[in-house]
Design a protein around this ligand. Structure first.
Ligand code: IMP
Ligand code: MG
Length: 180
């Protein structure tokens, strides 16, 4: 049964098999890069929760996880990238090897602000792993060490990503299209 939304259909951009395959590859790459080290993963809620859950099962490493919830552009112009921390970390990251797990890198404003803020807490290292990236949308250059898929400038939902809090449960990454 195809998933639909009130205004039309959802067109699959990345299917379940492609997602699982790429997440496994990312896990293998990260495992090679962090072999013998402790890695502290910070999942940015809510969008990255499915990605985190799948990714860590491909990390045969000594890891720990924590969560952070942010809302973009609080009390400011969208282009400032200022984010409001809705839920902060439970953990202290000073001196630790930290990886931020994000669902999508779009303009880059959110991750640019967030990583600058996290760096002030003195982690030993700080890298970014984003499932998706829309390179043509970038306003702030953000150096993500690990990116799952580069996608075109289209609004996508599923596998954790939402539109107005919906569609996070889709097993695919899909584009919202108008029904014709
Ligand atoms: P930024 O533009 O890189 O700051 O991205 C801000 C946030 O917008 C991301 O963390 C996502 O939560 C959301 N976002 C950007 N593009 C999409 C999309 O295509 N679908 C769903 N959420 C998106
Ligand atoms: Mg969102």
């Amino acid at each position: 049964m195809p998933f639909s939304h009130p205004d039309g259909l959802l067109k699959v951009l990345i299917d379940e098999h492609q997602l699982q395959q790429r997440v496994k590859e990312l896990g293998e790459q990260i495992s090679r890069d962090y072999q013998g080290r402790h890695l502290h993963l910070i999942c940015i809620l809510k969008g990255a929760c499915i990605f985190l859950a799948d990714l860590i099962r491909h990390l045969p490493l000594d890891i720990s996880i924590d969560f952070m919830a942010v809302s973009s552009y609080a009390n400011s112009l969208p282009t400032s990238g200022e984010v409001k921390i809705l839920k902060d970390l439970d953990s202290i990251i000073q001196g630790r090897e930290v990886m931020v797990i994000e669902d999508i890198l779009d303009t880059g404003l959110t991750l640019d602000y967030l990583t600058r803020s996290l760096r002030t807490r003195g982690p030993k290292s700080l890298t970014i792993c984003s499932l998706l990236s829309k390179p043509t949308r970038r306003i702030k250059e953000v150096n993500a060490a690990y990116v799952g898929f580069e996608i075109p400038d289209e609004f996508v939902v599923g596998y954790g990503l939402d539109f107005a809090e919906r569609y996070r449960n889709l097993p695919t990454i899909s584009v919202m299209t108008k029904d014709e």
